[in-house]
Design a protein around this ligand. Structure first.
Ligand SMILES: *Cc1c(COP(=O)(O)O)cnc(C)c1O
Ligand SMILES: [Zn+2]
Length: 398
């Protein structure tokens, strides 16, 4: 293993990595540090290219000590689709979409769960607890089942029913709360203190982000280590965009990509846009968003622990943060299905809507390479599509 330590991005305290740990004493999330010189010396792009197409091909940049602790449900590399019909119509002839909907449990949350649960098992965790808007709970429940770890999950009562069912079939201890993910988080925090469980809340353990980081590693490998100009990412808790930024920085330190990083765009819904508001007001941290509501359920995070890291990723790459309305998200979802044949989740559709806005404003120019991240399959959000086709009787004619 190439992990050297854990470090706090806020106060710079460091910790050793071989015991269960949650936040820094200052309250900030911890990030995993690697000996990147050693990784560079022991791994080549050619060797990497010959490995199996799963996220474990980036083994040297992942925090698992022993191979036998790796848990896999077949988290394959996900396709980068050229949006050849849609892109030119919306002023972006070089538009791509990386489709994470093909991962186990239908969302990119599987990346975080595969690595996070593998590491939890390696550290001897028996029970872990987490609040979720749905997709993370579904993914962690599945991987915990495979690991023999008990998962205690609290999710908002109005999250998509499929996520509930995924938790239940996997044998997780599931509770619903009449409130938002922030309310679920408070219940978990109290229970974790009382029972001594491992808190797997977003960014409260350092390893989920390492799994999500593989999205960035994989994307760059698929682009032959030539960074695209812009990556557009739907941001809730922010782990995905922080992970992509971490991947880019590690690759840059290793000399595998050039100095210039893609501009990272954080997309939220106008119904819950704390990061966008902080960005517009030029602040380093966000404020709690009251009465959060959006159909893009994964983006309903009123206050993210890692907000300052998202804002840093956006700032340091000359990116930006954009909010789009739910009605525009639904329009974009339809456009992607009707022009490209992809049924994406509302969170993923939000990235198209945001990119269209940025192209119209000239922030994105026509010669640039743009990558949208679709974080999950639309099949998990069947209720976002209104369906009321004409009903025929046997023998009727069209
Ligand atoms: C969780 C989730 C997001 C937000 O991801 P973060 O990494 O927490 O910002 C986006 N899309 C979907 C489908 C999700 O489930
Ligand atoms: Zn700290």
């Amino acid at each position: 293993m190439y992990v050297t330590h854990l470090e706090c991005p806020k106060c710079e305290l460091t910790y050793e990595s071989e015991q269960p740990i949650q936040l820094c004493t200052c309250g900030a999330p911890l990030l995993v540090g690697y000996d990147l010189d050693r990784v560079r010396d022991s791994l080549s792009k050619e060797v990497l290219a010959s490995r199996k197409p799963t996220l474990w091909r980036y083994r040297e940049l992942l925090p698992i000590r022993k191979d036998e602790n790796i848990l896999s449900l077949g988290e394959s590399m996900t396709p980068v689709l050229p949006l050849g019909r849609l892109g030119p119509e919306v002023g972006m002839p070089h538009l791509w979409m990386k489709d994470e909907g093909l991962l186990p449990t239908g969302t990119f949350k599987a990346r975080g769960a595969a690595v996070g649960v593998s590491r939890a098992r390696e550290l001897g965790i028996k029970v872990l607890a987490m609040p979720t808007n749905g997709n993370a709970g579904a993914a962690w429940a599945a991987y915990c089942a495979a690991a023999g770890i008990r998962a205690v999950i609290v999710m908002p009562a109005d999250s998509p029913a499929i996520n509930r069912k995924e938790c239940i079939i996997a044998g997780a201890s599931l509770y619903l709360v009449n409130g938002r993910i922030s309310d679920a988080g408070k219940i978990i925090r109290e229970a974790v203190d009382r029972f001594g469980w491992y808190d797997a809340s977003t960014l409260k353990e350092p390893y989920r982000i390492e799994g999500k980081k593989t999205m960035g590693l994989e994307l760059l490998e698929q682009f032959n280590w030539q960074a695209p100009d812009v990556i557009v990412y739907p941001t809730g808790g922010g782990v995905g965009i922080i992970g992509i930024y971490k991947a880019l920085k590690e690759l840059r330190t290793m000399g595998w990509i050039g100095e210039k990083l893609p501009r990272l765009v954080a997309v939220q819904s106008t119904g819950c846009a704390p990061i966008v508001k902080a960005w517009q007001e030029n602040r380093k941290e966000s404020q709690f968003w009251e009465n959060a509501h959006t159909i893009a359920f994964g983006l309903t995070v009123p206050h993210a622990l890692g907000d300052f890291l998202v804002l840093e990723a956006v700032r340091e790459t000359n990116g930006c943060a954009v909010a789009v309305a739910d009605e525009d998200i639904l329009k974009a979802q339809q456009m992607l299905a009707q022009k490209e044949g992809t049924f994406v989740c509302p969170e993923g559709a939000a990235t198209l809507s945001a990119a269209m806005k940025l192209a119209k404003e000239g922030w994105i120019t026509p010669q640039e390479q743009i990558v949208l991240l679709n974080t999950g399959t639309g099949l998990k959000y069947a209720e976002t599509v209104h369906s009321d086709p004409p009903l025929l009787q046997p023998g009727d004619r069209l």
